[in-house]
Design a protein. Structure first.
Length: 589
């Protein structure tokens, strides 16, 4: 275990590939997965049956040949052939003990970091509020999923560039800046904008009902786009107040987005006309009913012909498609992205498929660039419809988070009424915000889910409070050990070198700890944070079983030292894993 640590799954898989090649199946895929059932061992090698079918040979006989070449000395305690050709592997307790010792001493808890050849520059487009209004519950998923992916990718060594592609341009800013100027354009105007929703509703009502004002608002749009200094100053003041709302939400959520990450639609305004001109000059964009469109052969319209992807409207205006093309050019040419993730509502799937196809076709993105739409579903209310307030209005994100903290405070107060109020409020903030984030991140992002206060704040089941409690409970054991001084053997932390795993609950906990790297790298590959949530829940369950079955402080010598090491490694893994999700932990609850 010298040098950089390798994921246990990757290690077994690489040995399995070597064995498959030695058995004459170099072209076959040796896929290794954790076993679903404990009686089948810890890992299962798949691929033998497919290789046997291709060669018209007996799969068990081929599995036997693979097994003869499978070198897992010092790693596996047992290797079996089961069923029609599965190879089941049980990892030895001695290997797990050595792994746990090495992981505890490593910087990354045994998670391999990307080397120079694998390291990528990843641009993540997430949150993306419309600055004409306050953030609402619909912005929650993009914001926290994007933040979790940024944390995971940074943890394993990639360079991450966050891009908050905010809606800061368009027709609505004509009516808003016109309203600001009428309000005085100074302190009074800023105070009026402080309630963005009210300010927007008032401006919109006047735009709809007052023709002279609507005309003036349209004039402001033209002046804004032309760079008029006065209108631009009003626009920037409005954006500053509006972004202040967003930054307050980000602080509450513990999200790492900063003002430096903001790059709004306005930033690409000067590149829109050149892009349309470039597409037209190269014959990619053609005129259609006065608009400029690109016909994409791989997408079909209702008549079965190539779908039209519009890049300029009949009136000469531009669309999200044009702005997104400009953003891709910037991210490739200036930011030099190797991979671009768009954390955007799943309903935008077709838009991104067409956008990526055109970007590759136009050469704005080199062939090797990875561009991925990280789509997500909708948050639903108990009625199965998009989550709204009782009056049918969109739920403001600030109100939702405030309610989460208050509900957590009431829960903490009922369980620990004797704690000082300041302490209860600090605990409630961590529990409440963590509960909302985990309830979202623990679900497959592609699916809709029903928002349920009771479920997400429960201390039972797959919830943030359950995981946070598991951490708090095991940290209490570590603190009591520290307070009692060196372990009773007198050897202190040196006992880690002679760690021994004997009890089944010890072994299962060590095995689960060894799978942390697999969960982290799976999230990095798939952009699906729920895999990490599932892992942390399984780890917490294994930790609780260990806690009940294996006395720690009452043990002696090497047994006590080894169990303490498992406790500390488990606590560090829980804290680190929850930290990748942007969720805090508590030393006491």
């Amino acid at each position: 275990m010298n040098g950089a640590m390798t994921s246990l799954l990757d290690l077994i898989e690489s040995r399995a590939r070597e064995a498959m090649a030695a058995a004459g199946c170099a072209d076959a895929a040796a896929n290794v997965q954790p076993s679903a059932r404990a009686e089948h061992g810890d890992y299962q090698v798949n691929g033998v049956m497919g290789a046997a079918k291709a060669r018209r040979t007996d799969p068990r006989a081929l599995a036997q040949r693979v097994l003869e070449h499978l070198d897992l000395g010092g790693i596996a305690a047992r290797i079996d052939i089961a069923g029609p050709g599965f190879i089941n592997i049980t990892v030895s307790a001695q290997y797990l003990a050595r792994w746990a010792t090495a992981a505890a001493l490593s910087d990354g808890l045994g998670v391999p970091r990307a080397g120079d050849a694998e390291r990528q520059r990843v641009v993540i487009d997430y949150s993306s509020p419309n600055l004409a209004k306050e953030m609402h519950v619909g912005h929650l998923r993009s914001t926290i999923i994007g933040d979790a992916l940024a944390r995971v990718l940074r943890f394993i060594g990639h360079e991450v560039i966050a891009q908050n592609h905010v809606g800061d341009w368009g027709t609505q800013f004509g009516m808003l800046t016109a309203s600001m100027e009428e309000a005085g354009g100074g302190g009074a105007a800023s105070a009026g904008v402080a309630d963005l929703e009210a300010f927007y509703r008032t401006a919109k009502q006047r735009f709809d009902d007052d023709p002279p004002f609507a005309k003036r608002a349209r004039e402001y749009v033209v002046r804004l786009q032309a760079g008029d200094a006065r209108v631009r100053a009003l626009w920037r003041r409005f954006l500053d107040v509006s972004m202040g709302h967003c930054e307050e939400i980000y602080r509450t959520l513990g999200v790492g987005l900063t003002p430096a990450d903001v790059r709004g639609e306005s930033a690409y305004n000067d590149d829109l006309a050149p892009i349309v001109a470039d597409l037209s000059a190269r014959g990619l964009a053609v005129a259609s009913a006065g608009a400029q469109v690109v016909y994409l052969e791989q997408f079909k319209n209702k008549e079965g012909g190539p779908a039209a992807y519009m890049v300029q409207k009949q009136d000469g205006g531009y669309l999200y498609a044009t702005t997104d093309l400009a953003a891709i050019r910037h991210r490739i040419r200036v930011l030099r992205a190797d991979r671009i993730l768009y954390v955007v509502d799943a309903r935008q799937k077709l838009h991104f498929e067409q956008l990526f196809a055109l970007a590759f076709r136009a050469g704005y993105a080199p062939a090797g660039t990875r561009m991925e739409h990280v789509g997500f579903g909708v948050i639903l209310g108990e009625d199965g419809k998009p989550f709204k307030t009782r009056s049918g209005e969109t739920v403001k994100l600030a109100d939702l988070l405030a309610e989460a903290v208050q509900r957590a405070f009431d829960l903490v107060s009922s369980k620990n009424p004797g704690l000082p109020e300041s302490e209860r409020r600090a605990i409630a903030r961590v529990i409440g915000i963590g509960a909302v984030k985990y309830a979202d991140l623990s679900r497959n992002r592609g699916t809709d889910y029903v928002f349920d206060w009771g479920g997400m704040l429960s201390f039972d089941g797959n919830t943030a409070p359950y995981l946070q409690y598991a951490y708090t409970r095991i940290r209490a054991v570590c603190r009591r050990a520290d307070e009692s001084g060196a372990d009773r053997s007198g050897m202190g932390t040196a006992m880690a070198a002679t760690m021994v795993i004997t009890a089944p609950a010890e072994r299962q906990l060590a095995l689960k700890l060894a799978q942390f790297a697999d969960a982290v790298h799976l999230v990095a590959r798939t952009a699906e944070p729920h895999h990490l949530c599932a892992y942390l829940y399984d780890l917490s369950a294994a930790l609780m079983r260990f806690y009940e079955a294996c006395p720690v402080l009452a043990a002696d010598g090497a047994l006590r030292a080894g169990r303490l090491q498992l406790c500390r490694l488990s606590a560090d893994t829980l804290r680190t894993g929850l930290g990748m999700l942007g969720i805090g932990v508590l030393e006491s609850m």
